[in-house]
Design a protein around this ligand. Sequence first.
Ligand SMILES: *Cc1c(COP(=O)(O)O)cnc(C)c1O
Length: 399
Amino acid sequence: MIHTDKRSSWSILHALRYFERERTMTTLTIGLKELEHNTALVKQLAGDSCVYAVLKGNGYGLGLLEFADFLQNHSINHFAVTDLSDAVALRTHGICGEILMLTPLHLIDDLQTAIKNDITLCITSCKSGMAAETAALYSAHNQTTLQSSHPHQIKAHLCIDTGFGRFGFLPSEIPDIIEMVNNMHSITFTGIFSHLHNPSSKDSSSSEKQLQDFLHVCDELEKNDIQTGIRHISSTSALIRFPHMRLDAVRVGSAFLGRIAVKNNLDFIKIGRLSTTIEDIYELPSGHNIGYGHYFTTTKATKTAVVSVGYYHGLGMERNTNTKRYIPTIQNLAHTLKAYLRGGRTYAYGESARYPILGRISMNSCVIDITKKPLAIGDCVTFPICPLYVNSSIPRLYQ
Ligand SMILES: *Cc1c(COP(=O)(O)O)cnc(C)c1O
């Protein structure tokens, strides 16, 4: 006969709950609907200009391959990367659109790898141009000796430094560009670009100056019978602020994430939630310290939950993009102090409530206050987070 003692049925029910529970798995959840919404906005803003999705930094933290698949499925067919290994990974994975390097390659081996994978090269100097030409000649030779069927056209974009001070020819080097291009016969220039250094500043004069210098270079090249192909200078901030700078193409990264450095009234949605489960639960007395240092002490009996995510996962690592000052002001200090007193400004979100983080975030854990609305071990909570800061070893879940 089955024992109907209340206590044992209670514990059997609990035991069942334990068995049913899945193992804790911390994931970076990427809202598909939200990402689709942002992608539609990007396309709408770009209008007739071609959209290059910038996929540096593990696809802005969205997962290089997963994000590229998403974009390809949403008819974005131009990609830009800063690492050759990313370009090759995309091709190997089956991405068939254009893949543009935003950085030069100098090693013949690397250039040949890029050529073999049909990657659009980036020519930033006469040196990088000559290296590319050499690799292209060599590849063409190998292809004929191997009797390869259709050697594809080797494409490149010219990079102009109008003020970023990183990659590219200076506007004063127009004669050098002309001479170089006239000496290159194995490469087709299909584009030319520059990068704005301060597109989010209130004062737009430096961006306007960069645009003028860039267009001047393009026009001078055209005058000298050099086809420049498509022209592009805008990334997210310029896409939003300066419609006249969209030209033939725009290079977009952060807009997809909905994390934008300039004020706007567009309804981009912030992408990225770190999802995890409650590891343990405690009732701490008043006057008890929580976390490293002396940043938080309970002022009343507090019900706490421990969550196994910390700064290793990217929690609390977001740089405050609104902070433009390098020297902290009194207001800044007061703000930081208040944040510390409150135990940080980050919250965990449960199904029906939000839970403040108490004390400093540790490497692999943090503590949240569940006094007001209890949670159980195994319950799921999420932390809004910029995907860029989430360790790339954490699985990305599109849902
Ligand atoms: C990162 C980057 C972009 C994209 O910038 P967002 O502001 O994230 O859109 C565009 N172009 C270049 C050269 C970049 O390095």
